[in-house]
Design a binder for this molecule. Structure first.
Ligand code: NAD
Length: 486
């Protein structure tokens, strides 16, 4: 029998509460399949309570000064820094993301997000326009009111911080739903926020998407919905919000392309491709470069180096310091990824270069572990070649003509990220400009920075986060004020 180590609660109106009907959801450790904790199974009645609290807190918080907001965000950042290792361990335990390669970085990023936004509180500026000598015309940036936020499990706490910090910075109040799969780190962040913020400014609920997420998206008092998750659910959020013309930001899925030119340093780029594919987060990243196009002239040598390097990655216990790659987040996700791999193996067994279905016995079978998996030249009708797998699975093909490879890279319903690996400047930038993606990286596999305008084109999303402009567009409305001075 698995041991439950903690029973967490939701934060509503500054108080820690259970779901009204008392039901709970178990949170599993994907590294060993033990039960880590239970959290409330919130439903629409709980969302109603949280929205009412956020609505009541709004007049007060919207009138707080930039200095007060900045102090609050700084105080949250300080607490996160103090408890960074504790937070990192909790994230690793509930997500399966390795402590050394992933979770420590996520915890430190959470502190950076709050510190960065603390510095932006005084940037809520309007413009004045000359209309006549006897009038004063100016704009104000005003908060929406209650913002609803819904986040996934893959880097749950930094994605929550990305929504909480700008909402609070701009004077909104918030109801945030954590993922049912990984809610514990988000609840720990909520605990730190609650020590600083007035009751009701931030409310955090837990529950399943249809029972607790949909009521947020549909709530008449939620004036803006900021969602990060799959494209299918994002579409339903957009439909729900359209019923009352509420504003929506969407950070959705991806199937990003990596294009490797023949002039590259193959060792360096093999390392970069692994980073871009987010293998050390088990490929569970929306920006994973999961479609790799390698130039024919170097395909053989480059793929040999790539496979060699991938074989050196150590898959295992997310909390162990030697581990490069941890576990997939849940049985559901594990089964989903296995189904994609099985489908590809059934259709084209000769395409497998590395990995494949996970071991059925031995230490890796004790959790949801999977080795890095690479397929070469799968037929186009294999779903893995164009659908988001969200697992450590790379689909490789070769190319010769630049126009053709750009067309292939853009032949996707998604447009989140793109990667170009090329020493020569002109073709690198030509391809970077031609890729239909919200974020294109040239000769680097990562490097997302606060201040970037981050978001997707096509079905990868609407709106931008992380930048000052994204915050202003995402979390404030313009008001024009026209004053007769005569
Ligand atoms: P998901 O869409 O299944 O769930 C995301 C969140 O939405 C969860 O909290 C879930 O409970 C909730 N939800 C589910 N159904 C809902 C509904 N009907 N109404 C309201 N809320 C609902 O996604 P996931 O499996 O948690 O995360 C993986 C997905 O997230 C991938 O597609 C990935 O690409 C995407 N993602 C995108 C970004 C980005 O920045 N673009 C970042 C991280 C993850």
């Amino acid at each position: 029998m698995n041991r439950i180590v903690a029973a967490s609660q939701m934060l509503i109106d500054g108080t820690w509460v259970d779901a009204l009907d008392g039901e709970t959801i178990e949170v599993e450790n994907p590294g060993d399949k033990s039960i880590l904790a239970t959290v409330p199974r919130g439903r629409s009645v709980d969302v109603d309570r949280a929205v009412a609290a956020a609505k009541a807190a709004f007049p007060g918080w919207s009138r707080s000064t930039p200095a007060e907001r900045s102090r609050a965000l700084t105080a949250i950042a300080d607490q996160v820094e103090e408890r960074q290792e504790e937070l990192a361990r909790l994230i690793a335990s509930e997500t399966g993301n390795a402590l050394r390669t992933q979770s420590r970085g996520e915890a430190s990023r959470v502190a950076e997000i709050f510190r960065h936004l603390a510095g932006l509180c005084r940037e809520l500026k309007g413009v004045s326009s000359y209309v006549s000598a006897s009038t004063l015309d100016y704009t104000r940036r005003e908060p929406y009111g209650v913002v609803g936020a819904i986040v996934p499990w893959n880097s749950p706490v930094s994605l929550a911080a990305q929504k909480i910090a700008p909402a609070i910075c701009t004077g909104n109040t918030m109801v945030l739903k954590a993922s049912e799969v990984a809610p514990l780190g988000v609840l720990m962040l909520a605990e730190m926020c609650a020590r600083v913020l007035p009751a009701g400014v931030l409310n955090v609920v837990t529950g399943y998407g249809n029972e607790c997420g949909a009521p947020i998206a549909e709530h008449r008092d939620v004036r803006k919905v900021s969602f990060t998750g799959s494209t299918a659910v994002g579409r339903s959020i957009l439909i729900a919000a359209s019923q009352r013309i509420a504003s929506v930001s969407l950070e959705l899925g991806g199937k990003s392309a990596q294009i490797v030119f023949p002039d590259v340093d193959e060792d360096i780029v093999a390392e970069g491709v692994i980073s871009a594919m987010r293998f050390t987060r088990q490929g569970q990243s929306c920006t994973a470069g999961s479609r790799l196009f390698v130039h024919e002239d170097i395909a053989e040598t480059f793929l040999a180096r790539l496979i060699d390097r991938l074989k050196q990655l150590h898959v295992g216990d997310p909390l162990h310091e030697d581990t490069d790659m941890g576990a997939l987040v849940s049985k559901r996700q594990f089964d989903r990824v296995c189904a994609y791999v099985k489908g590809a193996l059934d259709r084209s067994p000769g395409s497998l270069l590395l990995g494949g279905l996970p071991p059925e016995d031995g230490p890796l079978s004790l959790g949801y572990f999977m080795e890095p998996t690479v397929f070469l030249n799968l037929p186009d009708d294999v779903p893995m070649t164009h659908e988001e797998v969200f697992g450590p699975v790379l689909s490789v093909s070769t190319w010769r003509d630049e126009e053709e490879v750009i067309a292939k890279a853009n032949d996707s319903e998604y447009g989140l990220a793109g990667y170009v690996w090329c020493k020569a400047g002109a073709p690198a930038l030509r391809v970077a400009h031609a890729l239909e993606a919200g974020w294109v990286l040239v000769n680097q596999g990562g490097g997302q920075a606060l201040g970037h305008a981050y978001g997707g084109m096509k079905q990868s999303g609407l709106g931008r986060e992380l930048s000052l402009e994204g915050m202003l567009e995402g979390y404030t409305e313009h008001k024009q004020v026209s004053v007769n001075l005569a």
